[in-house]
Design a protein around this ligand. Structure first.
Ligand code: NAD
Ligand code: UFG
Length: 340
């Protein structure tokens, strides 16, 4: 199938494009490179062993997007494009609503006009908020808003897709709620390339390992968890990428309507466990200091992944050790990410 991938030059998008190419799909990327580099597209081509079409374009640009859709006529869309920094979304809420919600509205309009009926959307475990205790199931009650504007854009987009699917019985949408993606392609050629100081745990730790940062700041060790640090469901980015390929198979089988799946491992690891795993993978101590809690962090979050296993035939295979080894390989081979 020809898949149009918005945000395909980004961290999760690039790994997914490689898996799609390897599985025989044709890939067209639309990315405005606001948080990624053109080198990522080159490396997708290298690892996928095939060409991919790349449009440097903003998904909010309706005219340009319409032209791309009319020219390419994709069979399905995977919509990764979006801004994702939790703290920045608190500072700049309008940018987040305009970009994340706006791009999705434009995309759906163009899909409707050009007869494209299949979409996979990048949602997040953040939509669960703190309403229910883990393991989190897809049918859990959702809060009205998340703990930050970024998270609320995901809730809003999920609702928009549900309403649109309700109005169009031939429209198919698969909402994938990612838990905590980490790791990199095992070749070390593509990986996570955050700009500035990393917000997330794994990219921060690997920068400590290669000497770009002095020490890790652990945000709180007084949570009600066995070692006092927060627990998350870390999932290898290549497992996550394969989850998208599994979701596309629903479209090949026919009309699936709107479906929601968690993509996680079903297993939680504490911050201290992650530090230990990275330290073992790196063969060196990881200096850290305990700080106060970070606003908005939940003590514990991990998925119930049974639904994806039953209906998509997908489950995560890689371990925390794989995630650490692959993230480190990427960082060591590319200490400055993709460069300028
Ligand atoms: P990323 O920033 O690496 O990739 C997003 C890509 O989208 C970037 O290449 C960026 O340039 C592009 N983009 C952003 N706005 C655009 C626009 N208007 N038009 C065209 N391109 C645009 O992020 P990622 O980690 O790969 O995340 C991909 C998706 O998954 C995002 O929607 C994110 O919210 C979601 N998600 C990520 C995580 C995570 O921890 N990484 C967790 C849950 C959900
Ligand atoms: N942490 C630190 N130090 C750091 C970074 C993180 O101690 O420098 C801790 C956090 O406090 C948290 C854990 O490591 O306890 C994981 O934090 P991340 O920032 O890596 O991940 P989050 O679970 O906060 O957020 C991620 C994505 C969001 C998404 C959310 C869904 O970044 O986009 O998962 O649960 F919305």
């Amino acid at each position: 199938m020809k898949i149009l991938v918005t945000g395909g030059a980004g961290y999760i998008g690039s790994h997914t494009c490689v898996v799609l190419l390897q599985q025989g799909h044709e890939v067209v990327i639309v990315d405005n490179l606001c948080n990624s580099k053109p080198a990522a597209v080159e490396r997708i081509r290298e690892l996928g062993g095939k060409d991919v079409k790349f449009y440097k374009e903003d998904v909010c640009n309706e005219t340009a997007l319409g032209e791309i859709f009319r020219r390419e006529q994709p069979g399905a869309v995977i919509h990764f494009a979006g801004l994702k920094a939790v703290g920045e979304s608190v500072e700049k809420p309008l940018e987040y609503y305009a970009n994340n919600v706006g791009s999705t509205l434009t995309l759906l309009k163009v899909m409707g006009e050009t007869g494209v009926k299949n979409i996979v959307f990048s949602s997040s475990a953040t939509v669960y908020g703190d309403v229910e205790d883990p393991p989190l199931r897809e049918d859990a009650a959702l809060p009205n808003h998340a703990n930050c504007p970024y998270g609320t854009t995901k809730l809003m987009i999920e609702q928009i897709l549900k309403d649109y699917a309700h109005a169009h019985s031939d429209f198919n949408a698969v909402l994938l709620r990612y838990f905590n993606p980490v790791g990199a392609h095992e070749s070390g050629r593509i990986g996570e390339d955050p700009s500035g100081i990393p917000n997330n745990l794994s990219p921060y730790i690997v920068q400590v390992v290669v000497g770009k940062r002095d020490k890790l700041h652990i945000f709180g060790n007084d949570y009600p968890t066995p070692d006092g640090t927060c627990i998350r469901d870390y999932i290898h980015v290549v497992d996550l990428a394969e989850g998208h390929a599994a979701a596309l198979k629903l479209f090949e089988k026919g009309n699936c309507g709107l479906r929601v799946y968690n993509l996680g491992t079903g297993r939680g690891h504490s911050v201290m466990e992650v530090v230990k795993a990275f330290s073992e993978a790196a063969g060196q101590d990881i200096p850290y200091v305990i700080e106060g809690r970070r606003a908005g962090d939940l003590p514990e979050s991990y998925a119930d992944c049974q639904k994806a296993k039953d209906e998509l035939g997908w489950e995560a295979k890689k371990t925390l050790q794989d995630m650490c080894a692959d993230a480190l390989r990427w960082q060591r081979q590319n200490p400055d990410g993709y460069g300028d």
